[in-house]
Ligand binder design. Structure first.
Ligand SMILES: [Fe+2]
Length: 367
Protein backbone atom coordinates (compact mmCIF):
# COMPACT_ATOMS: atom_id res chain seq x y z
CA UNK A 1 0.00 0.00 0.00
CA UNK A 2 1.35 3.42 -0.95
CA UNK A 3 1.27 6.07 1.73
CA UNK A 4 2.29 9.71 2.05
CA UNK A 5 3.65 11.49 5.12
CA UNK A 6 2.17 14.63 6.63
CA UNK A 7 5.37 16.53 5.80
CA UNK A 8 5.21 15.62 2.09
CA UNK A 9 1.48 16.40 1.76
CA UNK A 10 2.07 19.68 3.61
CA UNK A 11 4.83 20.59 1.15
CA UNK A 12 2.65 19.66 -1.86
CA UNK A 13 -0.14 21.92 -0.62
CA UNK A 14 2.29 24.74 0.11
CA UNK A 15 3.77 24.42 -3.37
CA UNK A 16 0.27 24.42 -4.89
CA UNK A 17 0.71 21.00 -6.53
CA UNK A 18 -2.37 19.34 -8.02
CA UNK A 19 -3.72 16.85 -5.53
CA UNK A 20 -7.18 15.76 -4.44
CA UNK A 21 -7.41 15.23 -0.70
CA UNK A 22 -10.28 12.82 -0.06
CA UNK A 23 -11.59 12.73 3.50
CA UNK A 24 -13.47 9.46 4.20
CA UNK A 25 -14.34 10.07 7.87
CA UNK A 26 -17.87 10.13 9.28
CA UNK A 27 -19.59 13.51 8.94
CA UNK A 28 -19.39 14.33 12.68
CA UNK A 29 -15.61 13.93 12.67
CA UNK A 30 -15.37 15.99 9.50
CA UNK A 31 -17.37 18.76 11.20
CA UNK A 32 -14.71 18.96 13.93
CA UNK A 33 -11.78 19.81 11.64
CA UNK A 34 -10.59 19.28 8.10
CA UNK A 35 -7.68 19.62 5.73
CA UNK A 36 -8.28 22.89 3.81
CA UNK A 37 -9.46 22.22 0.25
CA UNK A 38 -10.25 18.56 0.91
CA UNK A 39 -13.37 16.84 -0.45
CA UNK A 40 -15.51 14.57 1.66
CA UNK A 41 -17.36 11.31 1.29
CA UNK A 42 -18.78 9.68 4.38
CA UNK A 43 -17.51 6.22 3.44
CA UNK A 44 -16.07 5.15 6.77
CA UNK A 45 -18.61 2.46 7.50
CA UNK A 46 -18.87 1.14 3.95
CA UNK A 47 -15.08 0.87 3.67
CA UNK A 48 -14.82 -1.02 6.94
CA UNK A 49 -17.59 -3.37 5.79
CA UNK A 50 -15.48 -3.94 2.66
CA UNK A 51 -18.24 -2.66 0.40
CA UNK A 52 -16.60 -2.61 -3.06
CA UNK A 53 -18.85 0.32 -4.05
CA UNK A 54 -17.89 2.47 -1.06
CA UNK A 55 -16.21 5.09 -3.25
CA UNK A 56 -18.27 4.80 -6.43
CA UNK A 57 -19.61 8.32 -5.95
CA UNK A 58 -16.11 9.83 -5.93
CA UNK A 59 -15.22 11.77 -9.06
CA UNK A 60 -11.52 11.76 -9.78
CA UNK A 61 -9.56 13.94 -12.15
CA UNK A 62 -7.29 12.03 -14.53
CA UNK A 63 -3.68 11.75 -13.39
CA UNK A 64 -4.21 13.95 -10.32
CA UNK A 65 -3.09 11.94 -7.29
CA UNK A 66 -5.65 11.34 -4.56
CA UNK A 67 -4.60 11.39 -0.92
CA UNK A 68 -7.09 9.55 1.27
CA UNK A 69 -7.54 10.67 4.86
CA UNK A 70 -9.25 9.23 7.93
CA UNK A 71 -8.81 9.72 11.67
CA UNK A 72 -5.69 7.62 12.21
CA UNK A 73 -4.59 6.31 8.80
CA UNK A 74 -6.17 2.84 8.66
CA UNK A 75 -9.52 3.23 6.89
CA UNK A 76 -7.81 5.60 4.45
CA UNK A 77 -5.64 2.63 3.39
CA UNK A 78 -8.78 0.72 2.43
CA UNK A 79 -9.92 3.77 0.46
CA UNK A 80 -6.57 4.13 -1.32
CA UNK A 81 -6.69 0.41 -2.11
CA UNK A 82 -10.11 0.72 -3.78
CA UNK A 83 -9.05 3.75 -5.81
CA UNK A 84 -5.80 2.10 -6.88
CA UNK A 85 -7.83 -0.90 -8.08
CA UNK A 86 -9.77 1.58 -10.28
CA UNK A 87 -6.49 2.79 -11.78
CA UNK A 88 -6.46 6.03 -9.77
CA UNK A 89 -3.07 7.09 -8.34
CA UNK A 90 -3.97 7.03 -4.63
CA UNK A 91 -1.95 7.43 -1.44
CA UNK A 92 -3.09 7.07 2.15
CA UNK A 93 -2.11 9.82 4.63
CA UNK A 94 0.12 8.23 7.29
CA UNK A 95 -1.34 8.69 10.77
CA UNK A 96 -4.47 10.41 9.42
CA UNK A 97 -5.86 13.59 11.00
CA UNK A 98 -4.11 12.74 14.26
CA UNK A 99 -0.74 13.15 12.56
CA UNK A 100 -2.04 16.13 10.55
CA UNK A 101 -2.32 17.96 13.87
CA UNK A 102 1.36 18.94 13.44
CA UNK A 103 1.09 20.11 9.82
CA UNK A 104 1.91 23.76 9.31
CA UNK A 105 2.22 26.55 6.78
CA UNK A 106 3.43 30.13 6.82
CA UNK A 107 2.22 33.53 5.64
CA UNK A 108 4.20 36.76 5.75
CA UNK A 109 2.52 39.85 7.17
CA UNK A 110 2.99 42.71 4.66
CA UNK A 111 4.60 45.68 6.40
CA UNK A 112 5.44 49.18 5.27
CA UNK A 113 8.72 49.05 7.12
CA UNK A 114 10.61 46.57 4.93
CA UNK A 115 13.45 46.26 7.44
CA UNK A 116 11.13 44.26 9.73
CA UNK A 117 9.58 40.95 8.69
CA UNK A 118 6.82 39.08 10.48
CA UNK A 119 6.11 35.47 9.52
CA UNK A 120 2.89 33.89 10.78
CA UNK A 121 3.57 30.20 11.39
CA UNK A 122 0.27 28.30 11.41
CA UNK A 123 -0.57 24.84 12.66
CA UNK A 124 -3.18 24.38 9.98
CA UNK A 125 -5.28 21.71 11.69
CA UNK A 126 -5.41 23.04 15.22
CA UNK A 127 -5.27 26.64 14.08
CA UNK A 128 -2.46 27.63 16.49
CA UNK A 129 -0.70 30.74 15.22
CA UNK A 130 2.84 31.61 16.21
CA UNK A 131 5.08 34.37 14.96
CA UNK A 132 8.67 34.73 13.84
CA UNK A 133 9.68 38.39 13.85
CA UNK A 134 13.00 39.24 12.24
CA UNK A 135 15.07 42.37 11.66
CA UNK A 136 18.77 42.64 10.88
CA UNK A 137 20.28 39.46 12.23
CA UNK A 138 17.91 38.93 15.16
CA UNK A 139 14.55 37.31 15.55
CA UNK A 140 11.86 37.01 18.22
CA UNK A 141 9.32 34.19 18.40
CA UNK A 142 5.88 34.49 19.99
CA UNK A 143 3.76 31.49 21.11
CA UNK A 144 5.86 28.67 19.61
CA UNK A 145 3.52 25.68 19.12
CA UNK A 146 5.61 23.48 16.83
CA UNK A 147 8.91 21.66 17.11
CA UNK A 148 11.77 24.08 17.83
CA UNK A 149 13.77 22.92 14.79
CA UNK A 150 11.12 24.40 12.52
CA UNK A 151 11.53 27.93 13.92
CA UNK A 152 15.32 27.51 13.92
CA UNK A 153 15.24 26.47 10.23
CA UNK A 154 12.88 29.30 9.25
CA UNK A 155 15.10 31.83 11.06
CA UNK A 156 18.36 30.41 9.74
CA UNK A 157 17.14 30.47 6.14
CA UNK A 158 16.55 34.22 6.54
CA UNK A 159 19.87 34.90 8.26
CA UNK A 160 18.35 35.47 11.70
CA UNK A 161 19.38 34.29 15.12
CA UNK A 162 16.47 33.77 17.53
CA UNK A 163 17.34 35.84 20.59
CA UNK A 164 14.04 36.18 22.47
CA UNK A 165 11.07 33.86 22.85
CA UNK A 166 7.70 34.95 24.30
CA UNK A 167 4.43 33.37 25.33
CA UNK A 168 1.25 35.42 25.61
CA UNK A 169 -0.16 33.16 28.34
CA UNK A 170 -0.12 29.67 29.79
CA UNK A 171 -1.81 27.75 26.98
CA UNK A 172 -4.58 25.20 27.53
CA UNK A 173 -5.13 23.79 24.06
CA UNK A 174 -1.60 22.93 22.94
CA UNK A 175 1.80 22.32 24.46
CA UNK A 176 3.95 25.41 24.41
CA UNK A 177 7.30 24.77 22.72
CA UNK A 178 8.71 28.13 23.86
CA UNK A 179 10.82 26.82 26.72
CA UNK A 180 12.34 24.15 24.46
CA UNK A 181 12.92 26.67 21.67
CA UNK A 182 14.66 29.06 24.07
CA UNK A 183 16.92 26.24 25.26
CA UNK A 184 17.75 25.09 21.73
CA UNK A 185 18.39 28.59 20.38
CA UNK A 186 20.08 30.07 23.45
CA UNK A 187 17.38 32.76 23.46
CA UNK A 188 15.90 34.39 26.55
CA UNK A 189 12.47 33.16 27.55
CA UNK A 190 9.89 35.83 28.41
CA UNK A 191 6.55 35.01 29.99
CA UNK A 192 3.87 37.21 31.52
CA UNK A 193 4.57 37.83 35.18
CA UNK A 194 2.86 35.03 37.17
CA UNK A 195 3.51 32.32 39.73
CA UNK A 196 2.05 29.46 37.70
CA UNK A 197 5.08 27.93 36.00
CA UNK A 198 7.80 26.02 37.83
CA UNK A 199 10.77 26.90 35.59
CA UNK A 200 12.97 29.96 35.11
CA UNK A 201 11.84 32.81 32.86
CA UNK A 202 12.07 36.57 32.57
CA UNK A 203 8.80 38.17 33.69
CA UNK A 204 7.02 40.67 31.46
CA UNK A 205 4.87 43.15 33.38
CA UNK A 206 2.51 45.71 31.95
CA UNK A 207 4.57 48.28 30.01
CA UNK A 208 7.82 46.28 30.05
CA UNK A 209 9.67 46.76 26.79
CA UNK A 210 12.34 44.80 25.00
CA UNK A 211 14.14 46.76 22.31
CA UNK A 212 16.76 45.95 19.69
CA UNK A 213 17.94 48.26 16.92
CA UNK A 214 14.74 47.84 14.88
CA UNK A 215 12.33 45.94 17.12
CA UNK A 216 10.50 47.29 20.13
CA UNK A 217 8.15 44.89 21.88
CA UNK A 218 5.99 46.19 24.72
CA UNK A 219 3.88 44.07 27.07
CA UNK A 220 0.23 45.07 27.46
CA UNK A 221 -1.27 43.17 30.36
CA UNK A 222 -4.74 41.93 29.42
CA UNK A 223 -6.09 39.50 32.03
CA UNK A 224 -9.33 37.67 31.27
CA UNK A 225 -8.77 34.65 29.03
CA UNK A 226 -6.28 33.67 31.74
CA UNK A 227 -5.21 35.75 34.74
CA UNK A 228 -1.73 36.40 33.28
CA UNK A 229 -2.71 36.93 29.60
CA UNK A 230 -0.53 39.56 28.00
CA UNK A 231 -0.51 41.06 24.51
CA UNK A 232 2.68 42.29 22.87
CA UNK A 233 2.79 45.50 20.88
CA UNK A 234 5.52 45.61 18.21
CA UNK A 235 6.88 48.96 17.05
CA UNK A 236 3.57 50.58 18.08
CA UNK A 237 1.90 49.04 15.02
CA UNK A 238 1.31 45.30 15.43
CA UNK A 239 -0.48 43.74 18.38
CA UNK A 240 0.02 40.06 19.15
CA UNK A 241 -3.09 39.25 21.15
CA UNK A 242 -2.71 35.55 21.99
CA UNK A 243 -6.20 34.32 22.94
CA UNK A 244 -7.51 37.66 24.21
CA UNK A 245 -8.84 39.08 20.93
CA UNK A 246 -9.37 37.52 17.50
CA UNK A 247 -10.54 39.14 14.24
CA UNK A 248 -14.16 38.02 14.80
CA UNK A 249 -14.26 36.68 18.35
CA UNK A 250 -12.88 37.03 21.87
CA UNK A 251 -11.09 34.68 24.25
CA UNK A 252 -13.02 32.38 26.54
CA UNK A 253 -12.62 33.16 30.25
CA UNK A 254 -13.54 29.81 31.79
CA UNK A 255 -10.73 27.29 31.27
CA UNK A 256 -9.18 26.14 34.54
CA UNK A 257 -11.69 28.26 36.44
CA UNK A 258 -14.79 27.60 38.53
CA UNK A 259 -18.03 29.50 37.82
CA UNK A 260 -17.14 32.36 40.16
CA UNK A 261 -13.64 32.71 38.70
CA UNK A 262 -15.02 32.60 35.15
CA UNK A 263 -17.34 35.48 36.02
CA UNK A 264 -14.50 37.47 37.56
CA UNK A 265 -12.33 36.80 34.54
CA UNK A 266 -15.10 37.90 32.16
CA UNK A 267 -15.12 41.24 33.91
CA UNK A 268 -11.33 41.50 33.67
CA UNK A 269 -11.59 40.63 29.98
CA UNK A 270 -14.12 43.41 29.45
CA UNK A 271 -11.63 45.97 30.82
CA UNK A 272 -8.69 44.39 28.95
CA UNK A 273 -10.52 44.54 25.62
CA UNK A 274 -11.39 48.18 26.16
CA UNK A 275 -7.76 48.86 27.01
CA UNK A 276 -6.82 47.39 23.61
CA UNK A 277 -9.55 49.32 21.80
CA UNK A 278 -7.99 52.53 23.12
CA UNK A 279 -4.88 51.84 20.98
CA UNK A 280 -4.71 53.51 17.52
CA UNK A 281 -7.48 52.03 15.35
CA UNK A 282 -5.05 51.14 12.54
CA UNK A 283 -3.15 48.77 14.87
CA UNK A 284 -2.97 45.34 13.22
CA UNK A 285 -4.15 42.56 15.51
CA UNK A 286 -2.38 39.22 15.02
CA UNK A 287 -4.09 36.55 17.14
CA UNK A 288 -2.87 33.31 18.70
CA UNK A 289 -5.47 31.10 17.04
CA UNK A 290 -7.62 30.69 13.98
CA UNK A 291 -11.15 29.41 14.42
CA UNK A 292 -11.01 27.35 11.21
CA UNK A 293 -8.30 25.13 9.69
CA UNK A 294 -5.78 27.51 8.12
CA UNK A 295 -5.61 27.35 4.30
CA UNK A 296 -2.32 27.14 2.40
CA UNK A 297 -2.99 30.58 0.93
CA UNK A 298 -0.07 32.77 2.10
CA UNK A 299 -2.64 35.13 3.62
CA UNK A 300 -1.91 36.11 7.21
CA UNK A 301 -4.80 35.95 9.65
CA UNK A 302 -5.34 39.29 11.33
CA UNK A 303 -7.39 42.47 11.23
CA UNK A 304 -7.15 46.15 12.11
CA UNK A 305 -8.55 47.15 15.48
CA UNK A 306 -11.08 49.37 13.65
CA UNK A 307 -12.35 46.33 11.67
CA UNK A 308 -12.61 44.21 14.81
CA UNK A 309 -14.43 47.00 16.59
CA UNK A 310 -17.01 46.98 13.80
CA UNK A 311 -17.17 43.20 13.56
CA UNK A 312 -17.74 42.19 17.18
CA UNK A 313 -20.97 43.61 18.54
CA UNK A 314 -20.19 42.39 22.05
CA UNK A 315 -17.39 44.95 22.28
CA UNK A 316 -20.08 47.62 22.41
CA UNK A 317 -22.18 45.96 25.10
CA UNK A 318 -22.38 47.28 28.63
CA UNK A 319 -20.19 45.58 31.20
CA UNK A 320 -23.12 43.55 32.58
CA UNK A 321 -24.41 42.43 29.19
CA UNK A 322 -20.86 41.56 28.12
CA UNK A 323 -20.28 39.30 31.14
CA UNK A 324 -23.68 37.59 30.97
CA UNK A 325 -23.45 37.01 27.20
CA UNK A 326 -19.92 35.65 27.41
CA UNK A 327 -20.85 33.17 30.15
CA UNK A 328 -23.88 32.01 28.15
CA UNK A 329 -21.89 31.36 24.99
CA UNK A 330 -19.10 29.19 26.40
CA UNK A 331 -18.17 26.48 23.87
CA UNK A 332 -17.32 22.89 24.92
CA UNK A 333 -13.96 22.62 26.66
CA UNK A 334 -10.99 21.43 24.58
CA UNK A 335 -9.97 17.78 25.08
CA UNK A 336 -7.23 17.12 27.67
CA UNK A 337 -6.92 20.79 28.58
CA UNK A 338 -6.22 20.19 32.28
CA UNK A 339 -3.35 17.84 31.42
CA UNK A 340 -1.99 20.29 28.85
CA UNK A 341 -2.08 23.12 31.41
CA UNK A 342 -0.22 20.94 33.93
CA UNK A 343 2.50 20.18 31.36
CA UNK A 344 2.76 23.82 30.30
CA UNK A 345 3.08 24.91 33.92
CA UNK A 346 5.90 22.38 34.29
CA UNK A 347 7.44 23.43 30.96
CA UNK A 348 7.40 19.87 29.69
CA UNK A 349 6.77 18.44 26.25
CA UNK A 350 6.51 14.65 26.72
CA UNK A 351 8.83 12.45 24.66
CA UNK A 352 7.29 10.74 21.65
CA UNK A 353 3.89 11.24 20.07
CA UNK A 354 1.92 14.12 21.59
CA UNK A 355 -0.74 14.29 18.88
CA UNK A 356 -3.20 12.25 20.95
CA UNK A 357 -2.84 14.75 23.79
CA UNK A 358 -3.27 17.75 21.48
CA UNK A 359 -6.01 16.16 19.37
CA UNK A 360 -8.89 18.13 17.94
CA UNK A 361 -9.63 21.63 16.79
CA UNK A 362 -9.01 24.80 18.74
CA UNK A 363 -11.69 25.92 21.18
CA UNK A 364 -10.25 29.06 22.74
CA UNK A 365 -12.66 31.62 21.30
CA UNK A 366 -16.22 32.80 21.79
CA UNK A 367 -17.94 34.32 18.79
FE1 LIG B 1 -5.46 30.00 25.29
Amino acid sequence: MKTISVEILRTWLEEGRSVTVLDVRPADQRAEWTIPGSVHIDAYRALNEHDPHALDAVDVVDDVPVVTVCAAGRTSQLAAGQLTARGVPALSLEGGMKAWSLAWNTAEVPLEDRSVRVIQVRRTGKGCLSYLIGAGEEAFVIDASLDPHLYLDLARSRGWQITSVFDTHIHADHLSRSRQLAERSGARLFLPDQQRVSFAFTAMRNGDTLATERLMLTAVRTPGHTPESTCYLLNNALLFTGDTLFPTSIGRPDLHANAQEARARSLLLYHSLHKLLALPSETLVLPGHASQPVPFDDKPIGARLSEIDEQIGLLHATQTVFVETLLKRLPPTPPNYERIITLNEAGLVPEGDVTELEAGANRCAIS
